[in-house]
Design a protein around this ligand. Structure first.
Ligand code: FES
Length: 324
């Protein structure tokens, strides 16, 4: 996986609890281009790597913008980032990856919950730049807590954005946005936000008659059913993973992930979210049947069975041969 050295160029407040970090190449050169919806992995420490969506326009070549909300109940990535990232700090990041691309459609409906605005703002800017038909709904708790609100309102997509504040009684639980109440052909829907928000929007949209293939999602945390296996997971059983390049096999017990077993034996693997939501650990499967537990791959990709997220997925067959 390609990594890049960047410098924190500027930091700005994006809401009462969110900050925007502008990253530029440490050598002053250009950064790799990216598609709207892409994210980068930020290396915050030896075993602390976190994915963050890029929220600037893909047309900008010299910088990446990430916006991070401090979550005091999370796993520590956002707290570390808010505490340690200062202007001038050198960072290692991955090259951008995109599991949440815009698709071909006559109209696009973008629905963000809270910090879920980050990829959707970049996507809205890309749609506005190409003159595409779209609307963006941003659901937040209050104007003070709305990440990137000022930038949204002053940007090209601003005139096609509708902002909702729950402290004013305007929540998605009171009803879907008008554009989602009746399914429309040739329309793509993109949803990003906290897990409960996304589960609600997707369930309501499907109940309204939208086809699942029209609904595109990006999660910041795994859905409950996609949690990694534990000793108490009745579906988890032991199996073997074999590394194609060396022929060595490793037993994966029911309470450990493939990634945990491989790293314990010194096998170099790529990891970021370790929750099945970023795709950093997608690994080729050369033989055997994966038991997919991630949120990254599409139904067709899962059915193909030729890649597996080794941070959380398991095996239906006694052995998996991995292209490592
Ligand atoms: S590390 Fe993110 S999907 Fe596995």
């Amino acid at each position: 996986m390609q990594t890049l050295d960047v410098i924190v160029h500027t930091i700005s407040l994006a809401s009462a609890t969110s900050r925007t970090y502008e990253l530029r190449a440490a050598d002053g050169g250009p950064l790799p281009s990216f598609e709207a919806g892409a994210h980068i992995d930020v290396h915050l420490g030896p075993s602390l790597v976190r994915p963050y969506s890029l929220c600037n326009s893909p047309r900008e070549k010299g910088r990446y913008l990430i916006c991070v909300r401090r979550d005091d109940t999370g796993r520590g990535g956002s707290r570390t980032l808010h505490r340690d990232l200062t202007v001038g700090r050198r960072l290692r990041i991955s090259a951008p990856r995109n599991h949440f691309p815009l698709v071909a459609a006559g109209h696009h409906v973008l629905v963000a919950g809270g910090i879920g605005i980050t990829p959707l703002l970049s996507m809205a800017e890309a749609l506005a730049a190409r003159g595409a038909s779209f609307v963006l709904h941003h659901y937040t708790s209050s104007a003070a807590e709305a990440p990137l609100l000022e930038r949204l309102q002053n940007s090209a997509p601003g005139e096609r954005a509708v902002v909702h504040h729950s402290d004013q009684g305007d929540t998605v639980r009171a009803g879907l946005p008008p554009e989602l109440q009746v399914p429309e052909p040739d329309t793509a829907v993109y949803v990003c936000g906290p897990d409960g928000f996304m589960t609600h929007v997707v369930a309501e949209a499907m109940a309204a008659g939208w086809h699942p293939g029209q609904l595109h999602t990006e999660r910041f945390a795994p859905a409950a059913q996609a949690a990694p296996a534990t000793a108490g997971d009745e579906m988890a059983t032991a199996f073997t993973v074999r590394i194609a390049s060396t022929g060595t096999g490793y037993r994966v017990p029911a309470d450990r992930t493939i990634a945990e077993v491989l790293t314990a034996h010194g096998v170099d693997v790529e990891l970021s979210c370790e929750q099945g939501i970023c795709g950093a650990c997608l690994t080729p499967v050369l033989a055997g049947e994966p038991d997919h537990r991630d949120e990254v791959q599409t139904p067709d990709e899962r059915a193909a069975g030729d890649r597996i997220t080794i941070c959380c997925s398991r095996a239906r067959s006694p052995e998996l041969l991995l292209g490592l």
